[in-house]
Ligand binder design. Structure first.
Ligand code: GLV
Length: 326
């Protein structure tokens, strides 16, 4: 039986590529290369599957140009790069990589919160620049983390893992808002209290965004929402670019309407709004919340196993539109 041809849209670890080569004719992408949409479509023609990384848009035009495509396996838990309706209409399966990154991403959410509240990046730059000449009482005095109020917007698996860290590790008062309220047992395990979005904005000392991006979630946090936050608050975005209005946030940070922000995701990334690059009270990281070697390996292996599961055995592990499989 001839093997299906697949494309790896961005370079992955060798062991992942080796595993895929046992089942498919594999076309890879050299490290550091990101194809334009036209180049990507050109490479995708004739392929039965593709391993994407969340940066490749899969829409009706691409699907029409690649009629042999059967599965797009995203090496990410988020899949806002998929037009899932168009994929279902074209009979193309979408899969993502959930669960394996939950705890690692929550660790990073907490790291970013700590770095932001305790001004770690800002003070490190100051020291490296040779500005540290004496101790002073208020030198980089930041916000308290333990015992403060942690607000979480989006209480899925990662939100819950952040809540557990805050409540059990740091004795924080955890409040959350979500499309639907969690059941009582889950709320108890997270020691988290459901509040309205308005209460969340008003009460949080640290507000962490972990909701999925959808068009309806665009600019969930803009100037009006920031105005409802405490002037001492910190805002952390590890969700998706576009959930925060980055221009409005940069202006609010400059005007000290909130104390500080920590951002791992950006509107239009890898471009970053230029105003964010010049305000001191923001910690900026390049979309690395799930980036540990074990976790990125597990995510890539799950993405590979979805390709093998579907194309070889007819059984994907984490399908997003399972009606296509039946
Ligand atoms: C990363 O942002 C992911 O969705 O896995």
């Amino acid at each position: 039986m001839t093997q299906d041809a697949i494309l790896i849209a961005r370079s992955v670890f060798p062991e992942v590529e080796d595993k895929l080569r046992q089942h498919f004719q594999v076309e890879t992408t050299p490290p550091g290369v990101v194809w334009s949409t036209a180049e990507f479509i050109e490479r995708l023609r004739g392929k039965a599957g593709v391993l994407t990384t969340g940066g490749e848009r899969i829409d009706a035009a691409l699907l029409a140009a690649c009629p042999q495509l059967k599965i797009v396996s995203n090496l990410a838990v988020g899949y806002n790069n998929f037009d899932l309706d168009a994929m279902s209409a074209a009979g193309v399966l979408g899969t993502n990589a959930p669960d394996v990154l939950t705890e690692t991403t929550a660790d990073f959410g907490f790291a970013l919160l700590m770095a932001t509240a305790r001004r770690i990046a800002e003070s490190e730059h100051y020291l490296r620049a040779g500005h540290w000449t004496q101790w002073s009482l208020d030198l980089f005095a930041g916000a308290e983390v333990h015992g403060s109020t942690l607000g979480i917007l989006g209480m899925g698996r990662i939100g819950q893992a952040i809540a557990r860290r805050g409540a059990h590790g740091f004795g924080m008062n955890v409040i959350y808002h979500n499309r639907s309220r969690l059941d009582a047992d889950t709320e108890a395990a997270c020691k988290a209290r459901f509040v309205s979005k308005a209460e969340l904005l008003a009460q949080a000392d640290h507000l962490v965004l972990v909701l999925p991006y959808t068009p309806a979630a665009h600019h969930t946090i803009g100037a009006a929402e920031i105005a409802q936050m405490k002037p001492t608050a910190t805002l952390i975005n590890i969700a998706r670019g576009g959930i925060v209005d980055d221009a409005a946030l940069a202006k609010a940070l400059r005007e000290k309407r909130i104390a500080a922000a920590g951002l791992d995701v950006f509107e239009g990334e890898p471009k970053v709004h230029p105003d964010l690059l010049t305000v001191p009270n923001v910690v900026l990281t390049p979309h690395i919340a799930s980036a540990t070697i074990p976790t990125r390996t597990a995510m890539a292996m799950l993405a590979a196993d979805n390709l093998i599961g579907y194309l070889v055995h007819g059984k994907p592990l984490t399908p997003l539109n399972p009606e296509v499989v039946a």
